[in-house]
Design a binder for this molecule. Structure first.
Ligand SMILES: [Fe+2]
Length: 362
């Protein structure tokens, strides 16, 4: 992540090399942000300042700088052409209109910030499961993920999410990680809010990569236990519904380069409905081959800022996984990937919404 940030800043700096005036401000942002990013490369150093809410904003400013640099530089280049003394007046007018047009993506940035700050929408997803026991039919599973409670997603917003989720009367509440973003984010308050969820068969979860980034895996597990939330870390729990049983298992974030879901099949129970909670969705091939009935995941934020409305391939999450958002099925396995609630990097969403997912087994 920090390497990506550095690359983006360098690109923005290269783009703005010949721009005067505002470039001074950019220069200040560049210096501060690059320093922060470089320091962040050392895991211990980041904790000296990452707890400051302002740090996340300064870093996000760098991203916005990069995004804004492209249209601004394009517009300036076109304007320079238009201002050539030898330019034909009619052509000059066309070029000036083109320069104004080149700035329109800036309004997209404002729109994306606005979208990210809208309250979450409820998405009801019916998942047909062949051979589903009658006692499980119609069961409602609340699925929340990627809360990222931080300076971008204040605790008040989570409070509204919990209130909204409680109106859905779920049977089970399932959380698939990234409760917070960084070290110093309000983990205890976040867990206290989640514990207000009302689901007759309890609140269960797994941890995400940001719990690792924040060094908060143990603390989250401990605080969860105290609040009546169990974060399953290569563990499973069997929940009975009439004569049927749901076996809920959870795994920690599965790191790339290591075998996915190794030994997770030992958490499965024969003749029961096996549900796997995994923060990252790219485990689906493995989950399917292990014959998990249902996998719930998040992590991608639906691409967070994507241009899928132009072409389906314009989604940054595709660099990571083909399972970006929605319902996937393979043989007898299904997976739902939620776009989650919060954001990371920048407080912006484009082409994807903040969502509360309600899974209905049908
Ligand atoms: Fe996330």
């Amino acid at each position: 992540m920090h390497l990506l940030e550095l690359i983006l800043v360098c690109l923005a700096a290269a783009l703005n090399l010949r721009v005067t005036g505002a470039s001074r401000l950019y220069g200040i942002v560049l210096t501060v942000w690059t320093t922060l990013s470089l320091s962040a490369l050392a895991a211990d150093a980041i904790r000296l300042f990452e707890w400051l809410p302002a740090v996340q904003w300064v870093r996000s400013l760098g991203f916005f700088w990069f995004l804004a640099s492209i249209p601004i530089c394009m517009a300036r280049a076109i304007r320079r052409q238009a201002d050539q003394p030898t330019m034909d007046p009619q052509r000059r007018q066309i070029l000036k209109s083109g320069a104004a047009l080149a700035l329109t993506p800036l309004s997209g940035i404002g729109f994306a910030i606005h979208k990210a700050n809208q309250d979450a929408a409820v998405r009801v997803v019916d998942i047909p499961i062949p051979g589903m026991p009658a006692d499980l039919r119609g069961l409602k599973l609340l699925h929340l993920s990627d809360l990222h409670v931080s300076s971008f997603f204040p605790i008040e917003r989570l409070r509204r999410v919990v209130d909204q989720a409680n109106t859905l009367n779920p049977d089970l509440a399932l959380i698939t990680g990234d409760l917070i973003t960084s070290y110093g984010d309000p983990l205890e308050e976040t867990i206290r809010e989640i514990s207000r969820l009302r689901a007759c068969s309890g609140i269960w979860g797994c941890l995400g990569n940001h719990e690792i980034v924040a060094g908060a895996e143990e603390e989250a597990t401990h605080l969860g236990q105290r609040a009546g939330i169990e974060f399953l870390r290569s563990q499973n729990r069997r929940l009975h519904f009439g004569k049927a049983t749901i076996n809920v298992a959870g795994v920690d974030y599965q790191r790339k380069g290591r075998p996915y879901l190794s030994q997770a099949n030992q958490l499965m129970r024969e003749d029961e409905f096996n549900v796997l909670l995994s923060h990252n969705p790219d485990v689906f091939q493995q989950a399917s081959s292990q014959r998990w009935d249902l996998t719930l995941a998040g992590h991608t934020h639906g691409g967070q800022v994507n241009l899928e409305f132009l072409h389906p391939s314009l989604n940054p999450a595709l660099f990571y996984t083909p399972f970006i958002y929605g319902l996937y099925s393979q043989e007898k396995s299904s997976m739902y990937v939620t776009s989650g609630l919060g954001t990371v990097g920048i407080p912006a969403r484009l082409g994807t919404k903040s969502e509360i997912a309600l899974i209905r087994l049908v």
